[in-house]
Design a protein around this ligand. Structure first.
Ligand SMILES: [Cu+2]
Length: 427
């Protein structure tokens, strides 16, 4: 039953829907004015799908289409997405909402959409052939259901999944509780984890790849292309993680904080069953939601802990050169190839910097294995890596830049005085 307040809010929403008829759809987060029941979710590097209210039903429109997508500066590929994005925009609603989702297929291939984790009537489940006819190119299908749950879910193609998900056809669904309990988060972020195979110098993902994925993404972006999460000290932060990678799970690790996993795509975890962690394993085909209080100011890494998942292209199948002495090879080769250098003798960390300095070249439309300039040195990370920026003071939600470390709180080169005082023989 709706409470009187909820009924009022809903009727307010219906009026809004009437006034919007024929007007361009809203791009703002899906929260009707005056509806303060939830904090709109933020999808870094992504967007929230606008909707219209038509007779109390939230009406959404997804358009499956080819999209030229940039993973990070220097790497673009022709992918498949929804509404001009990879991945599709986040569908946001409130438990109890009646929703109608139109899906238009502008791809050259038939497709369907499955609403992963959402409990709905069988005919709306979107498995091609099993529950419905495939949506042929040019056709528009209508899905409709009532959200009986709250939490984090996903949507994705369920027709020729291997191809269509590898090309990017997926997105997140966030359903806020109708009657929230506990402390409401001050920040609510959502990430889709996925993996791609894009050979250097090519411009289409390879859906036939089974194990050798070389582009690992948060919301379709790899570091340094990932947008940071900006929060204020003391704020309660919720991070929703969905994984629709073809073949991998991702242990996602947060620095500087301890969190609890509060829900899966199956529902909320009772507080008595939650335990503290710093890494949450997100299996493929699942969502995990974590919550914590951002009580430690700084620039904190947030990343997959599989080391090949924080590398971009080109780092995974190079010959092992660790410890190899190139001897006079570099000098001899330089007379033939002026920019030649033997790579990898000290590992891969040097690659991004060598590229930036023009010591080496890579194929067009590809990105180095790792790297971006940081405030103190080169950051030798790529792929599923982003930054949680916790600040005592913020101007809006803009990126505050790098954290200024308080005097005397940073690791530094040890001086002779330190070594002597503490009896360290560093010779
Ligand atoms: Cu991973």
């Amino acid at each position: 039953m709706l409470s009187r307040r909820e009924a009022l809010l809903y009727s307010g929403g219906a009026m809004l829907g009437a006034s919007l008829a024929g007007a361009p759809a809203r791009t703002a987060p899906a929260q009707p004015p005056g509806d303060t029941r939830y904090r709109p979710v933020v999808t870094p590097n992504g967007a929230t799908l606008p909707y219209r209210l038509v007779d109390g039903v939230k009406v959404y429109h997804l358009i499956a289409e080819e999209v030229e997508h940039e993973f990070a500066s220097g790497l673009k590929a022709c992918c498949w997405g929804y509404n001009g994005r990879v991945h599709g925009p986040t569908i946001e609603a409130v438990e109890g909402d009646r929703v109608r989702v139109y899906v238009t297929n502008r791809l050259a291939a038939p497709t369907t959409v499955h609403w992963h984790g959402v409990v709905l009537p069988n005919g709306m489940d979107g498995v091609g052939g099993l529950n419905q006819a495939a949506i042929q190119p040019g056709e528009t299908f209508r899905y409709e259901w009532t959200f009986r749950q709250n939490g984090t879910f996903m949507y994705h193609s369920h027709h020729d999944e291997m191809t269509q998900m590898a090309m990017g056809l997926m997105g997140l669904i966030v359903v806020h509780p109708r009657r929230p309990t506990g402390r409401r988060p001050d920040r609510d972020f959502a990430f889709m984890l996925s993996q791609w195979s894009i050979r250097p110098g090519t411009s289409r993902p390879n859906p036939n790849e089974m194990s050798d994925f070389n582009v690992l993404t948060f919301n379709g972006r790899c570091f340094p292309g990932t947008e940071p999460m900006v929060v204020k000290t003391g704020e309660r932060v919720r991070i929703r993680l969905g994984n629709l990678s073809a073949m991998d799970h991702h242990p996602i690790h947060l620095h500087g904080h301890v969190f609890k996993t509060t829900e899966t795509d199956g529902g909320a975890i009772p507080e008595t069953a939650q335990w503290p962690e710093t890494t949450v394993l997100v299996p493929t085909g699942a969502t995990r939601t974590i919550e914590f209080t951002a009580d430690n100011p700084g620039d904190w890494a947030f990343h997959c802990h599989m080391t090949h998942h924080v590398m971009n292209q080109m780092g995974h199948d190079a010959p092992n050169m660790i410890g190899v002495d190139p001897g006079p090879l570099n000098k001899h080769m330089a007379s033939l190839l002026p920019r030649y250098m033997t790579m990898g003798a000290e590992g891969m960390g040097e690659m991004g910097r060598h590229l930036e300095m023009g010591h080496m070249a890579i194929p067009e439309n590809s990105i180095p294995m790792v790297g971006a300039d940081g405030p103190y040195d080169y950051i030798t990370m790529g792929g599923m890596f982003t930054i949680l920026k916790v600040r005592d003071a913020l101007t809006g939600d803009e990126d505050p830049g790098w954290y200024e470390l308080p005097e005397g709180t940073q690791a530094r080169r040890a001086g002779a005085h330190d070594l002597q005082r503490d009896g360290i023989d560093a010779s």
